[in-house]
Structure formats: C-alpha cells, structure tokens
Design a protein around this ligand. Structure first.
Ligand SMILES: CC(C)(COP(=O)(O)OP(=O)(O)OC[C@H]1O[C@@H](n2cnc3c(N)ncnc32)[C@H](O)[C@@H]1OP(=O)(O)O)[C@@H](O)C(=O)NCCC(=O)NCCS
Length: 257
C-alpha cells in the first residue's frame, strides 16, 4: 500500500508508469546518478542512455504535482553485448554454440528515496527480464553489485538472480577497494553448466557411456577371450569457481554499484 505523498499541494496517491528514457530526461538522470551512486559517470554514458544507444526504462509518477508528473523517479539502464565479450560466457549452458549468443548487462538501477519499497525497482527489473526473454539469442541478464549494498542484493535474490561470483577488489572508490558480487538471471535456457539438471545429465551421460564401454569390452572379450583392462576414461564437469579478475577499464564507471 502506498503511503500518501505529501507536499505543498497536499496529499495524493502516486500513479507510477514506465517509459523509455528520452533526451528531455538528461538533467534529472544525471542528478539522480550523482545523488544515488558513489561513482561519477561520463557525459557520454548519459548521452548514450537518453538517445537510446543503451537500453533504458524510466519510472514516473503521473500524479506528482508541480509539473513533475513526467520526471524520472526511478530508472534502469542496460546494454546488450555478445556473450563471448562478457565475463560470464563460461557460465552459460555448455551444449550450445556461443558465437551468436547475447547477454544483457545492467549498468545502473536506482529509485528516488521517497519512492522506495513500493516495488518500483522490482518492476524495472521485470521490464529488463521480459525484454531479454524476447531476444531469442539472449541467454541472461547479469550485473555487479558492491558487497555492502544489502537492499540491492536482497532485491536481486528476491528476483531469482543467482549470485555466481565474488570478485575481489572489483571497485575502487574514494581510494578504497571493494569486492563485488556477480548476479545472473538466465533466460531462454541459458542456465549455468553446473545447474543440478546439467550435473544429472552429465552423470547420466557418463554412466551410459561407461555401461556401453563395459558391454563392448565384454563383447570383445567374448570374441577374443582376452582380459579387459580397467576403464580409465575421465569426465570433467565445468567448474564455476573460476574467478576472472576484472580490471577497471573505460567502462568502469558504468557498472551497477
Ligand atoms: C536498490 C533499490 C534500487 C531498490 O529500489 P526499491 O524501489 O525500493 O525496491 P523495491 O521496492 O522494488 O523493493 C525490492 C526489495 O528490496 C527491499 N528493500 C528495499 N530497501 C531496502 C533496504 N533499505 N534494506 C533491505 N531491503 C530493502 C524491499 O524490502 C523489497 O523486498 P521485499 O518486498 O521482500 O520487502 C533502491 O534502494 C536504490 O535506488 N538504492 C540506491 C541505488 C542502488 O543501490 N542501486 C543498485 C545498484 S546495484
């Protein structure tokens, strides 16, 4: 339930709607990023968002008084990138060609303080997930979050993102290093090769392969009457414990914190 919002115009009930971010949002978008995040973003980043070169969804309160009924009160920005250029390619299901696969990387997400805890961030993330699912080659939505951002971590867990990595000293903010968690939400069957289902499939394949080897060797023994040797074939599950260290680069300021 919304608590009624106050102000010089008296109490009112907010009416939140969602729309793409547009050029007229530039100033507010910059102000919100400066208010909400401990890192500074390049002007180029904002330009790309408002001109649609990055993905974006904005939240506005249609009942907000004082001519603010189209002013952003929440936003999510994101980028589509080839899975092979991402740091999570190894976390995608192993039985598909990865050359044409895409991922969506969430760059920033924020909600104005007085509008928090009303599900606006949940709705914004749902938009991203929904969009990701409409791209047949897209296999997931992923993001980084600084390790002390409990509201955001709680939000991603609640929205079925999986925490797949801890990246040590990923952020460098005000002279201090901070770890990040990497969260991913799989779409279109892009799940991790180490999901329970995949492990069971690999085990079944292995057992089936082993049985076939035994049968064929028994058959050969019958034919040749010779002793058969111990089967030493090995099977490797893909490890997800690999922790690629990410060096901050030109895009470093674009990451979710
Ligand atoms: C994180 C953030 C986007 C959440 O926005 P929001 O609109 O309040 O989120 P929602 O209302 O959709 O709530 C999502 C969940 O987060 C929880 N949550 C929100 N604020 C919280 C807090 N301070 N502590 C713990 N949980 C919190 C809510 O309780 C809700 O879970 P619940 O329904 O199980 O209670 C918002 O707090 C924010 O803008 N923070 C500053 C910028 C930021 O950190 N962005 C994320 C960068 S990765």
């Amino acid at each position: 339930m919304w608590r009624h919002m106050g102000g010089s115009q008296g109490l009112y009930s907010p009416a939140i709607s969602y729309r793409p971010i547009q050029p007229s949002d530039l100033d507010v978008l910059m102000r919100l990023h400066t208010d909400l995040f401990p890192v500074r973003y390049e002007p180029e980043f904002y330009q790309k968002v408002v001109t649609g070169q990055e993905l974006s969804w904005g939240a506005v309160d249609r009942n907000r008084p004082n001519g603010q009924n189209d002013e952003l009160i929440g936003f999510v920005t994101a980028r589509i990138l080839p899975a092979k250029d991402s740091e999570v390619e190894d976390l995608l299901s192993c039985n598909m060609s990865k050359n044409d696969l895409k991922l969506i990387y969430i760059l920033t997400l924020g909600v104005v303080e007085s509008y928090r805890n009303h599900g606006i961030a949940v709705s914004l993330i749902k938009e991203v997930k929904k969009y990701a699912a409409t791209i047949p080659t897209c296999r997931g939505v992923y993001l980084h979050v600084i390790l002390y951002n409990n509201p955001a971590i709680h939000l991603y867990q609640k929205m079925s993102f999986q925490c797949v990595r801890r990246l040590y000293s990923f952020y460098f903010i005000n002279g201090q290093h901070f770890d990040a968690f990497l969260f991913i939400y799989y779409v279109n069957g892009g799940r991790s090769p180490c999901s329970l289902l995949d492990i069971m499939r690999h085990v079944m394949t292995y057992l089936k392969g082993g049985i076939e080897v035994v049968i064929s060797k028994l058959q050969r023994n019958e034919n040749k009457g010779s002793r058969w040797h111990k089967n030493r074939e090995t099977f490797n599950l893909v490890s997800t414990t690999q922790n690629k260290k990410i060096l901050l680069n030109d895009d470093s300021g674009y990451q979710c914190v």
